[in-house]
Design a protein around this ligand. Sequence first.
Ligand code: F6P
Length: 359
Amino acid sequence: MRIALSTGGGDAPGLNAVIRAVVLSARGRGWDVLGSKRGYAGLLGDDDVVPLTSESVRGIMAHGGTILRTTNRGSPFNYPVRSPDGSWTEIDRSDEIIENARNLGIDALISIGGDGSLAIAQRLVEKGMRIVGVPKTIDNDVSGTVMTFGFDTAVNTAIEAIDKLHTTAESHDRVMVLEVMGRDAGFIALYAGVAGTADVILVPEIPWNMDKVCEKIRARDAAGRRFSIVVVAEGVTMPDGEVGVIGESLPGQARRVGGVADVIAREIQVRTGKETRSLVLGHLQRGGSPTGYDRLLATRFGGAAVEAVANKKWGHMVALQSPHLVTIPIVDVLDSPKRVDATHDVVRTARAVGISFGD
Ligand code: F6P
């Protein structure tokens, strides 16, 4: 048996732990493992395909990033190509992948990625490729799995930032607006906001308005708490209907958002008269050593992915349905992305302990 492994989309702490677990479990079965560099670029001949041995994965458990590297603009169905005049076109190179995989003697592929990569995997499965998926995203917005690895590390990074903002905000009687990642889902803002004891949490799933945000800040002031911490997900919908602040994307890349914290901070300062500052935590949340939780989950995902290949679970992804690891059809997952449920106990408890969602 010869399997290939690829990491696609944005990186997440724990990717190397998955790679390590896949390689060691597969080698333990006597299988060969190949790594496709930079997502599918390796399999397309635009980057390397390298043999992965026990030696290649030695000591990588604690490292962020991915030893295979990754890209968020490498869909073989819409592969971006730059012409000599600087313009971009997108071409379908999916047949090339299938042919190259066949020529390399690859029996199956383990594709580690978020919803975008899983959607690509599903389309390749429909074209006959034998693929098992491993869900990955710091945003935790893949349905069918209670948790994705990388989320816990990102939440802890955000909590550490909130803790630090508290002391400086309190010293200066300031409002601090912290923007965390979450293009479509507010899980990082919600979990970090609750655990970091934010005063206001704004997420894409709960409509909010500036009056309510400022009301909370004024009420704290009146009670002698002269500082406030607002945690906002980057993809939050503004009261006027705009989604976050849209940045410039390269061809083949998903919509980029970022910078909404500054817009919100300015408005809070104008309305309340309180000095208000903003901070975008950004890609710090994607880096660093994975937490113990993420190392364990990623290792479990890697081990389960190899079992799924052995059981010929093509078109399935591994998932945590506590306390068990299961495999579920990728197509089911793509139908319904996971979002913060406004009636969930974490939201209810947050409200009960006095956190405002600006609604
Ligand atoms: O999808 C995960 C994510 O972390 C989003 O929260 C964020 O908008 C996006 O990646 C940013 O990715 P990149 O910087 O690679 O464009």
